[in-house]
Design a protein around this ligand. Structure first.
Ligand code: IDP
Ligand code: MG
Length: 148
């Protein structure tokens, strides 16, 4: 029982993000990381990496029936990304607020997608949508010894 409570506390304080290929191409890594850390998130894991087709199809498997799936996989594999695990109280929800709506045209002013995203498909950043997915997505990209 104690173990579960401890795990729950750990999990609710972390989220997973990717600075997507457009963010890297446009030279926005520094500016986006600055906004993330200035908003109270601590980077506990981070790497520059590139998704293969298999990786992107697995990561976004939940969207495989959607009409934009092929476009999404092509976009997410076309160049390097920055993958990171972020720590903060209420991390998942607070990070979704910080990045803004999926469509940058609908993202609140000052959010990362409002400032750095080009379109609903090329929208600069990923943020986990639940504590469970934050764990799954973090484990997809990082081994335990890469998390600090
Ligand atoms: P989220 O990233 O805000 O959680 P999701 O609905 O989970 O949004 O979609 C995953 C990703 O798929 C989006 O971030 C975006 O890159 C892409 N995407 C979502 N909806 C569309 C669409 O209608 N057209 C093209 N690409 C889309
Ligand atoms: Mg999503």
């Amino acid at each position: 029982m104690q173990k579960f409570i401890y795990l729950d506390i750990m999990v609710t304080n972390k989220t997973f993000t990717m600075l997507k290929p457009d963010s890297v191409e446009n030279g926005n890594i520094g500016a986006i990381l600055e906004k993330i850390t200035a908003s109270g998130f601590r980077i506990v894991a981070m790497k520059l990496t590139q998704l293969t087709n298999t990786d992107a199809e697995a990561f976004y498997a939940v969207h495989k029936e959607r009409p934009f799936f092929g476009e999404l996989v092509k976009y997410m594999t076309r160049g390097p990304i920055v993958a990171a695990i972020l720590e903060k109280e209420n991390a998942v929800q607070d990070f979704r607020t910080l990045i803004g709506a999926t469509n940058p045209a609908e993202a609140a002013k000052g959010t990362i997608r409002n400032m750095f995203a080009e379109s609903i498909s090329q929208n600069a950043v990923h943020g986990s949508d639940s504590n469970e997915n934050a764990v799954v997505e973090s484990m997809f990209h990082f081994s335990q010894r890469e998390i600090f």
